[in-house]
Write a protein that binds this ligand. Structure first.
Ligand code: SF4
Length: 347
């Protein structure tokens, strides 16, 4: 197979044509791209912690943390450094290489940044990669987080530009692109993906992936979330997406962004093992792991370990990921390697 080209000029027609390929043909092509650039048996393992839960002023239609929806999620303050550290240590002990921290804010205020920076610094000192998803960033925020040792900043595009207004009204697509630009300019790695199964058409799923692939740099990490409908949110009664359509989205993301690590993200708990295996074959190279790590004998962690054993998968080493795994990220990308969600609800 010829080396996959790194392109930023994908047309909607081209992306839609990938989605329309016969399923086996699409998976064959996606797996070929995956093997060219990644160890097909290595999966990067991240753990996500909500460091500031609930009470968010935004109106993302999928999110139980929006204050305006009656979902039973209580607003909490930003966690203390020591409490975050205890969770980070547990994540590391359970095998995570990256610790992702989400805060349910429209964006951090200037006064929040030193507090988050202290958390990032402490987690980084444990030898974990760090990622934060805090919403829209203001002037100087990205640089301050970078200086504290942040590796990745997550900010999702969520969906196609033309469907975005159906999902969120309190911030626009341009706001998201501007935050991503600040993140890139500060030298942080970007984690940027979206959510499928929100009632969008296949054409609009193609639009999301086209928008991601045509960013000035492909995101280092591309979380593809499947909507988990939460009662009380506007999407609480959304029709489930055909699992094979989700696999197609993973495969198309793999083909469009060959060097990025595609993450099988929210919604994994609702997928059976066979669908997850198809996602790994199609190019997913990262998961979230152990949502309740302080619970002894966590069945989620045990189930994931068993799935890894059955599929002969192994956790990706940080150094391996940093080095760009197989065919290699450019040196500038590989250096200092260190997630996400559009915010914390859907990493
Ligand atoms: S996704 Fe993030 S920004 Fe949107 S309502 Fe939830 S916490 Fe707020």
């Amino acid at each position: 197979m010829p080396e996959a080209a790194i392109r930023h000029d994908w047309t909607r027609t081209e992306v839609a044509a990938l989605f329309a390929l016969p399923f086996n043909e699409l998976l064959h092509r996606a797996h070929g791209v995956h093997r060219q650039h990644h160890d097909p048996n290595a999966v990067q393992v991240s753990t996500l912690l909500s460091i500031k839960t609930g009470g968010c002023p935004e109106d993302c239609a999928y999110c139980p943390q929006a204050a305006r929806y009656d979902t039973g999620v209580a607003a909490q303050k930003l966690m203390e450094v020591d409490d975050v550290l205890a969770r980070a240590r547990a994540a590391k002990a359970a095998g995570a290489s990256r610790f992702c921290m989400g805060a349910a804010w429209r964006g951090p205020k200037d006064r929040d940044i030193p507090k988050v920076a202290a958390i990032v610094r402490a987690v980084k000192e444990l030898g974990l990669e760090t990622c934060a998803t805090l919403g829209l960033l203001g002037d100087g925020h990205a640089q301050a987080l970078k200086d504290a040792g942040l590796d990745y900043y997550n900010h999702n595009l969520d969906t196609a530009p033309e469907f975005y207004g159906e999902i969120i009204h309190t911030r626009d697509y341009r706001d998201r692109l501007e935050t991503l630009e600040q993140v890139r300019d500060a030298g942080l790695k970007t984690c940027c993906g979206g959510i499928v199964g929100m009632g969008e058409t296949r054409e609009q799923r193609a639009g999301l992936l086209q928008a991601l692939a045509n960013l000035p740099e492909h995101p280092h990490s591309v979380p593809i979330n499947q909507l988990v409908p939460v009662p009380g949110t506007p999407l609480g009664d959304a029709e489930p997406l055909d699992p094979f359509e989700f696999v197609r989205a993973i495969a198309v993301a793999r083909i469009l962004m060959p060097l990025s690590i595609v993450r099988l993200s929210a919604g994994r708990q609702q997928m059976d093992d066979a669908v997850q295996a198809l996602c790994f074959f199609a190019g997913a190279g990262s998961i979230f792991y152990g949502e309740k790590l302080l619970t002894t004998g966590n069945p989620d962690v045990e189930a994931d370990r068993a799935l890894f054993r059955r599929l002969d998968l192994h956790p990706m080493e940080v150094a391996m990921e940093a080095a760009g795994v197989r065919a290699g990220l450019p040196e500038s990308d590989a250096a200092g390697c260190g997630q996400g969600c559009g915010c914390s609800a859907a990493a």
